[in-house]
Design a protein around this ligand. Structure first.
Ligand SMILES: [Ca+2]
Ligand SMILES: [Ca+2]
Length: 70
């Protein structure tokens, strides 16, 4: 079960520049830092696109949160 405070912390870790959106570059870099070097920007973009309900190519917290609760 996802909890929103944990999700906010996770989101903040991915959102390196704190602009409130996770880009493919940020996601890819965060995954590499977490020990998964196989999430390239192309892979990251595909994952973001799955959860990107507003179709702007980046992940807002609402979209990130919704993706945790499918
Ligand atoms: Ca960002
Ligand atoms: Ca979006």
């Amino acid at each position: 079960m996802a909890d929103i405070e944990t999700a906010k912390q996770t989101f903040a870790r991915y959102d390196a520049d704190n602009d409130g959106f996770i880009t493919a570059a940020e996601y890819s870099k965060a995954m590499a830092e977490l020990g998964d070097p196989y999430v390239t920007e192309t892979v990251a973009q595909a994952l973001i696109n799955k959860a990107d309900t507003s179709k702007d190519g980046v992940l807002s917290f609402d979209e990130f949160w919704a993706a945790q609760n499918v």
